[in-house]
Every structure is written in structure tokens, then in C-alpha cells.
Design a protein around this ligand. Sequence first.
Ligand code: ZN
Ligand code: FE
Length: 256
Amino acid sequence: MGKLQIFQFPCRDDNYGVILHDAETGLTVSIDAPETEAIADVLEDQGLTLTNIATTHHHGDHVAGNMALKNAHSCTIVGPQAEREKIPGIDERVEHGDSVDLLGHRFNVIATGGHTLGHIAYHLPNDNLLFAGDCLFAMGCGRIFEGDAPMMHESLQRLAALPEETIVYAGHEYTLANAKFALSVDGDNEELKARARKVEYLRDDGKATLPTTIGIEKATNPFLRCGDPAIRKTLDMESATDAEVFAELRARKDRF
Ligand code: ZN
Ligand code: FE
């Protein structure tokens, strides 16, 4: 097992593609397949052949490239068992607690339902990497389309329990809008204020704000800070449960 090379690139409107390559094994994985052409371009630039696609969930902006890439590279597609019927070309179905060997690295599957019911994240414990799809974003979290707030809250808690140094890749560049919402509920958080300024500079320069880390998110992402006294005070929910605070935050973000 060698060291992973990671290529992150913007595609579609606000998606990120992520390609992983291990030079020792010569194997290459795409996390989701938002767009055939953008992924094909990176593969061609780097002279890589795709071995696998690791799917987080069934939405079109995560599986659009599945069939074309599979046809071009004969790659194998792994994805959530619960969404197998909605994931084009799926070969291997996995669920919470499974681990799957890709590129000679161990990918642990973590159930992260809420955005979609069967959504999964991939954790590489040995590399301290997490691919969170549309569950956890920088200073935000995915919209709840199929699950409910308690389910999404539990999913995020699973990710928050990973080591703080875990490097987190996510499916979208939503960070600037997320920062504005975060400030509206946690406006005295100095770390959040500093991060929001940094994110503005990065976006002004057209740079990516991801990856992030679990530690940074725990300090600045309101959806991972449901127990925080200042956030609870702002919401006037000092004696609510964390899950209730989460539901209120998600509802406010939907209207923000
Ligand atoms: Zn999605
Ligand atoms: Fe998405």
C-alpha cells in the first residue's frame, strides 16, 4: 500500500470530483461520478485508467458518469446496497460496517442516511481520509430529502466521532453560503469568524475551500455543535435535546 495521490476538481455547477490514485498498486478510484467529461479529462491528464467508482448516493449529480466511465475503463462500481436499483452499473453493494478494498486501501462504509436514505460515506482509517458525499459539508450538511432530522443528526454524529485530524472531502462547494448561515446562529465564535473570512478570500480567488477536517468542523460547523450553549441561546432552545437543536438548525438553513 503506497501513499495516495488525491485530485480534487470542480465540475457541474458546484460539485467536486475526487480521484484517488495509488502509484504503488497503479489503481485509481473516482469518488462518485458527477460528470463524465471532467473525470475523463483528469484521468487523461494524469495518464490513469479508472479501476473503481465508489458511490455515496443515487442522485444524478453523483452517478451521471457511471455508465460512460464504466464502458470506457471497465471499472467496477461499488455503492450502497439500499440504493442499488438507482445506481447505474453498480457491481458491488455495501452497507454500514462493511469494508471494501480499493486501490489496496481499506475503505470502511459508514451509514450516513438523511440526504438520501441509503447514503454512505467512505472512511480510510489508515490514511485519515473521509469521503462524506452530501452528508457533511464545510460548515454545513446536506439537505434532508429522504430521511428525517433525527436520522441526519445521527449520521453526522457518526462522522463527528472520527479522529479530529481526519481529512474530509465532500460533494459540493457550498462553503460560502454555509458560512453565512453559521454566522447567523454562532456569530460570537471567533474560530468561525476567522474561517468565514478565509473562505471569502479563497472563493474570491476561485480556490476550493475543501478538504476540511473533522476537528475544524467540530469547531465551526453549527450542525456538529448542537450542544453549544451560545447556539442554543440564539435559538432559545437551552433545554432541548441535541437532536431537536439539529432539526431547528436544519429547518432554519432551509429557509435562510
Ligand atoms: Zn445529493
Ligand atoms: Fe449532490
